[in-house]
Design a protein around this ligand. Structure first.
Ligand code: ADP
Length: 260
């Protein structure tokens, strides 16, 4: 905040005025701090697979030079690490593209019925691989919102993919779209392990993971929900997370009133 304080000093019979001006820099400092934390985290995340690659290259050029079995094994690990770096870079670029567009109003008439059905169709192979059934509760009529089609596709892709990956033990997920008096809601529900309450407020932070090992095993970058949050902010929509350990999680996107 900024504050200006006028002091009147009546000492000595003469009025003297002092104008004091405070400018609080807490907010600016906080933003600057977030930015540098982000750069530090991103660099660390990229350095980890890079260090692994460098280590394997050294081993392959040295001790494992003539060990064919080891070579195949190492190359496979190296490929996974390179893919991990590529995913991180893709997500970082997505995030920065979305940030650059943050102040541009969304303008496409997007039919959520079609969009969500497409996302579910595109994730069917993953669901089949994991042995998870996707139940749809989506009426056939169009549900139109003002939005950015690619960004909204990314939102539902991330949410459905998370439900499949992290909730796979539940064997079934539900994707629901409904229009009520209080707006349009799109829900993705899983019956997996759920998320302990204390983690829920932090899920949309960049690189935040409830369990680093599980996230890595699921090829996560920790950026998926941060991307979702940024996109939804641009759409004036909200993400509501409900979860109970042992029962599962529901991620709901709530769109505000749409202009006719
Ligand atoms: P990631 O790339 O690791 O999947 P996200 O930002 O998409 O990152 O999610 C952050 C973390 O939230 C995940 O690492 C995971 O621990 C947790 N999470 C997300 N969705 C679910 C879910 N449906 N059930 C349980 N945990 C989840």
């Amino acid at each position: 905040y900024r504050a200006t304080v006028l002091l009147l000093d009546r000492a000595g019979g003469k009025d003297r005025q002092y104008l004091l001006s405070f400018r609080d820099q807490t907010e600016a400092h906080r933003l600057e701090r977030m930015r540098s934390d982000f750069i530090a985290n991103a660099s660390h995340e990229l350095r980890t697979p890079l260090a692994s690659l460098t280590g394997f290259i050294e081993t392959l050029r040295g001790p494992a030079r003539r060990d064919e079995a080891a070579r195949d094994n190492f190359l496979e690990i190296m490929q996974k690490q390179a893919e991990r770096m590529a995913r991180l870079i893709d997500d970082l670029l997505s995030l920065s593209r979305i940030e650059m567009k943050a102040h541009i109003a969304v303008k496409d008439q997007v039919d959520l019925t079609t969009l969500i059905n497409h996302v579910v169709d595109s994730l069917r192979p993953l669901a089949d691989d994991l042995g998870v059934e996707i139940e749809r509760k989506i009426d056939p009529d169009p549900v139109i919102v003002l939005g950015d089609r690619d960004e909204l596709t990314q939102v539902f892709q991330n949410l459905v993919e998370n439900a499949l990956k992290y909730g796979q033990s539940g064997k079934r997920i539900v994707v629901e779209l409904k229009r009520g008096d209080d707006g349009i809601k799109a829900m993705v529900q899983d019956f997996g392990p759920g998320i302990p309450e204390e983690h829920i407020p932090r899920l949309t932070e960049r690189f935040y993971r409830v369990n680093l090992e599980t996230s890595r095993a699921q090829k996560g970058t920790g950026l998926g929900l941060a991307i979702v949050k940024h996109i939804l902010t641009r759409h004036r929509a909200r993400l509501v997370v409900r979860s109970r350990v042992g029962e599962g999680s529901t991620f709901t996107v709530v769109f505000g009133p749409q202009k006719a």
